[in-house]
Design a protein around this ligand. Sequence first.
Ligand code: AMP
Ligand code: MG
Length: 349
Amino acid sequence: MRLPYKQSLLVSAITLFVAVACSKPAAEYRQSLFIFGTVVDLKLRGVSDQQAKEAVQVVERAFQRMHRDWHAWKPGELSALNRSFASDKPHPVTPFLLPLITQSQLLFEQSEGLFNPAIGKLIALWGFHSDELPSGPPPSPEAIAALVDLAPGMDDLEVSNGQVRSHNPAVALDFGGFAKGYALDIAIDLLHKQGVESAIVNAGGDLCVSGDHGGRPWRVGVRHPQGVGILAAVDALDGECLLTSGNYERYRKHDGVRYPHIIDPRDGLPVRHIASATVIDREGGRADAAATALTVAGPGDWYHVARRMRLKYVMLVDEAGTVYMNPAMARRVDFQDGAPERIIISDPL
Ligand code: AMP
Ligand code: MG
């Protein structure tokens, strides 16, 4: 059937409009996932809703596998590997887990052992291998010393031909200080592979960004050390990640004393002097490991560790609320609710 000229023009116009509307990227696609015991917010720009939805599904599947196979105490690949360390025999490791081990070995070395995912037994001894916050008296000094004396470290692991063995039976891997940042790197990579250029993946204030936010940088917040709200805002540039190690997040409480979840591998005791450490880096995994190491290093040593790790942007907040930053970080942060009372700016890194 032939339509009259005017009608056929109208049909063509509608067809064109529908086609354009379908292919036109939505302004911003948002989705939240509940994973790693936290909410992960994703915002994707420049792609259609359908494309964005499919891309997020791929990321979600990867997150689920990470949650299972990188878990320090629930059944999965990592806990099977940890069990194998008792025997000093090589244990096969999949390419999904292996990079966590090899990258952590490097970061362990660069941080002079302050970032040490081999101290899983100490972390468990303090009660942090549980979904609940631990309570009751701290472990005995003898139990702590028994593990510290065996000095478990990432240098106890031998990696060859996709197999890993530990020469020290006191080693148990716990990637709690690294996995979230590394997961963010993978998420951004998966989004890129699916044609998403502009996105933010935000796991409770730990985040990586790609591209920009409608021609402007993504504006992100640095979590407040007391765990409520935002301490400062920062413009995150294409490819950057911002990770904060918060010592306020998880802790054991007994007789009014808090024992936070970040442990100094040198004495096996929870770190108390630092409330939070924030790092901006182009690799989420490195930023995560560095933030944990800087928390352990504390006000006296953070500068030395930051230099050794070749970090560019660092901020620490101690228990008294004093902020320590390098000048490049100081130029980027925009404090909310007024600047902190005491800010100490170091030499350039
Ligand atoms: P984060 O919030 O990134 O600092 O990670 C803290 C988590 O890392 C803890 O809950 C432990 O699972 C683990 N952890 C604690 N102390 C250390 C340490 N010195 N090095 C590496 N991982 C640690
Ligand atoms: Mg960390």
